[in-house]
Write a protein that binds this ligand. Structure first.
Ligand code: 5GP
Ligand code: ZN
Length: 112
């Protein structure tokens, strides 16, 4: 049984597509925390940043470049936030690396 995001990537669970390429898929978060809330997910299953090795460096960089491209396409000229939650204390609920792209409102700091 593959993980939730692997099932979203293979299309067995529906999602709203935003962007896709050979390495990743981006889709709208089902429970948006900002006017723009998109998840950028590698096609290859890696459980978390803590599980990523040096061989994943370009993939992790690519996810962030995609986030910036989507932010440009959404006109987020006043800024936005990219977030990767890791592990229980980090608030990670789906064990497949994903970059959150949040924007469209002023985001507070520090996070809760
Ligand atoms: P995490 O808490 O692991 O950093 O982020 C997981 C994200 O996945 C959450 O923001 C949550 O709303 C989103 N999510 C969980 N299940 C689904 C789903 O079935 N479809 C979509 N589009 N997003 C989901
Ligand atoms: Zn997965």
């Amino acid at each position: 049984m593959s993980c939730l995001f692997c099932q979203i990537i293979d299309g067995s669970i529906p999602s709203k597509p935003i962007y896709q390429d050979d390495e990743c898929y981006a889709f709208a978060d089902i429970n948006p925390q900002a006017p723009v809330h998109i998840l950028i997910v590698p096609r290859k299953h890696v459980a978390s940043i803590a599980h990523a090795g040096k061989e994943h460096n370009s993939l992790v960089g690519h996810l962030h470049w995609v986030a910036a491209e989507i932010a440009r396409s959404k006109g987020l000229v006043e800024g936005y936030r990219t977030v990767i939650n890791t592990g229980e204390h980090g608030g990670q609920t789906v064990e497949h690396i994903h970059v959150h792209l949040l924007g469209g409102r002023h985001l507070a700091w520090p996070p809760g």
